[in-house]
Design a protein around this ligand. Sequence first.
Ligand code: FES
Length: 237
Amino acid sequence: MSDTKKFLLDGKPVVFQDGQTILEAARQAGHYIPHLCWHPDFPAHGSCKLCIVKVGGRHVSSCAMPAKEGMEVESNTPEMNGERRALLQMLFVEGNHFCPSCEKSGNCQLQALAYDLEMLSAHFNHFYPNRPVDASHPDVLLDFNRCIFCELCVRASRDIDGKNIFALTDRGIHKHLVVNAESGRLADTDFAASDRAANICPVGVILHKRQGFARPIGERDYDAKPISVVAMEEVEK
Ligand code: FES
């Protein structure tokens, strides 16, 4: 008797190993589930909820939910994609995302997901928070207006670079990313452009100076293919 374990994802069987989450097993089997705060090099964070799926009538974060034998998972359905669109709309209005003038345009996961999930408007009222940029560092600009609180820079700086440069502070609508320095300025830390944390932001908060718009339209990450295709090509590499 085979001891291969499987669950159903949108009616298709997905083989998994013990300890894998729904998202990990789905990716390994070639099925894309949208995500923003999840990254293969880090434990699940569970904050963005873009990876939401329906299991047994409940909405769960597939990046954090362990796969179980025989479970029936709904992901690429009008209901789940509608939930994801609403979450994206909330992310867009709680920050200041001006895609046409953003250096990360075309390479931004938030923008790419909005295109892929056919988000046509922000729907909700914009908060227009006041978040000054930090241009103090010689090589890196911080534009906090685009932060989606995925904490990938926080985690990378703490767990990989061993520097603990970033943190989230405050709660609810006042939550924001800060630099761990008495002055609050990036220039007053030992942050380097080669740090993992400097190269992990899925949106346009951490930008390398003198490299803006270096890749022309047509050659950017998501110009030719949607994020749902690009993300799965990365799995195959
Ligand atoms: Fe699962 Fe963000 S990817 S909560």
